[in-house]
Design a protein around this ligand. Structure first.
Ligand code: UGA
Length: 430
């Protein structure tokens, strides 16, 4: 099928590449001329495992192309996906100006029937607004359907998630676009659920908020574990084996971050408020998340006492493993707080150092993880990169001024760390 995707961020670019991979002919549109140039030249603006190969092979096969021109994208495809950012406003509501702008651009370019698919995360009822806008600005009077198709991919696993989705959600108002959307997703062999548009939009915010709630729940349980001598990983395994609960997203941590959970929680709380409901449960999720960082910082200052002039090594800057994304990263927040207290930092991340430089200009970037501990009073693990489990601990103990390790991601075994001679503090474990 011929498909156009507007926006080449995480969602748009990965969706475009995966649609091309299964045989569709895809045009990706972006208003950023330099980004389009980079993509046309075979460059990838983000680090995402598997994405570069996928883009290169599909460009070479002639199934994937990039352009600045929305008009070209709309003219050449009957199905146009919107995958532009929906950033937060200062009050937690969602900035829908990119969506509105794209809706107008599509309307201006339409001369025949189009299916306009919203893939961006948007507040419930946005579909109605997009349809109104297209109707108002479409001079040709061409027919169209606006539908909602939220994306559930995780950064760092985006290609895998898109190629093998748990489910595909499609919100429609009429039957007309249904068959075409079935054909778009048929090659993915995933269950497809068709709903009304409002439900599809709501599913996205409700899913992300629920996952954030799961993390805050286990983080709250980790506080009880610390107070009672229980082990949060064992508790998570024990409750997670109940199929009704599930083990995933029950890893206690210094808190969740990224460009989705914090933003979507705020948005969902705001949307609820506008619909007349005070979603206090989600406010508590936010509160627990913020507390988790405070509690972790307190562990550091309780052990090191004064942080001024202490040299601290930090492993991890990305908001999670497998990505170079540092937006709303708990690791960056942690570094900024430590710097504010007067500590000096030696930092390392397998992928995110370049992007971190803009927000952390005054730290020492170290080329390999095993050199980070040199001369440090303590080392902190801030991101769950699996490679950090391979840290040379014997060497670290020898080169550190004091063998103290704060593990914000529970990567090591407390008993083993103790036997290696470390003072080791993690989350929710004795
Ligand atoms: C999240 C959702 O998982 C995706 O389904 C959704 O499509 C995406 O948001 C989005 O709305 O675009 P993402 O933000 O890429 O995906 O990353 P996650 O893997 O969900 O991790 C989010 C944060 O939670 C990270 O900081 C991670 O370290 C933290 N986390 C995750 C925990 O602290 N504990 C866990 O058990 C799991």
């Amino acid at each position: 099928m011929k498909l156009t995707i507007i926006g080449t961020g995480y969602v748009g670019l990965v969706t475009g590449a995966c649609f091309a991979e299964v045989g569709h002919e895809v045009i990706c549109v972006d208003s950023d001329a330099s980004k389009v140039k980079l993509l046309q030249a075979g460059g990838i603006p983000i680090f995402e495992p598997g994405l570069e190969d996928l883009v290169k092979s599909n460009v070479a096969a002639g199934r994937l192309s990039f352009t600045n021109s929305t008009r070209e994208g709309v003219e050449k495809s009957a199905i146009v996906f919107i995958a532009v950012p929906t950033p937060p406003l200062a009050d937690g509501a969602v900035d829908l100006s990119f969506i509105e702008g794209v809706a107008r651009d599509i309307a201006n370019s339409m001369t025949s029937y189009k299916i306009v698919v919203d893939k961006s995360t948007v507040p419930v009822k946005t579909g109605d607004k997009v349809a109104e806008t297209i109707k108002r600005y479409c001079k040709s009077g061409a027919e169209f359907d606006v539908i909602s198709n939220p994306e559930f991919l995780r950064e760092g696993f985006a290609v895998e998630d898109l190629m093998h989705p748990d489910r595909v959600v499609i919100g429609v108002r009429s039957q007309r676009p249904v068959q075409a959307m079935r054909e778009v997703y048929e090659p993915f062999n995933a269950p497809i659920i068709f709903t009304d548009i409002n439900s599809a939009e709501l599913i996205k915010h409700a899913a992300n908020s629920f996952l954030a709630l799961k993390i805050s729940y286990i983080n709250a349980v980790s506080i009880l574990c610390e107070a009672s001598g229980a082990n949060v990983q064992e508790v998570a395994n024990g409750i997670g084996m109940d199929a009704r609960i599930g083990r995933r997203f029950l890893d206690a941590s210094l808190g969740f971050g990224g460009s989705c959970f914090p933003k979507d929680l705020s948005a969902f709380i705001k949307i609820s408020e506008q619909l007349g409901y005070d979603f206090g449960l989600l406010k508590e999720v936010q509160k627990i998340n913020a507390q988790q960082m405070e509690r972790f910082l307190k562990k550091i200052s309780d052990t090191l006492w004064v942080l001024k002039d202490k040299k601290i090594g930090v492993l991890g800057l990305a908001f999670k493993q497998n990505t170079d994304d540092v937006r709303m990263s708990p690791a960056i927040d942690l570094c900024q707080r430590l710097l504010k207290e007067g500590a000096t930092l030696r930092v390392y991340d397998p992928e995110a150092m370049e992007k971190a430089k803009a927000v952390l200009p005054t730290v020492t970037y170290v080329a390999d993880m095993n050199s980070v501990p040199e001369g440090c009073d303590a080392v902190v693990i801030a991101t769950e990169w699996p490679v950090f489990k391979k840290l040379d601990l014997e060497r670290a103990r020898k080169v550190m001024t004091h063998p103290i390790l704060f593990d914000g991601r529970n990567l090591f075994d407390p008993k083993e760390m103790e036997s290696l001679g470390f003072i080791y503090k993690s989350i929710g474990r004795p």
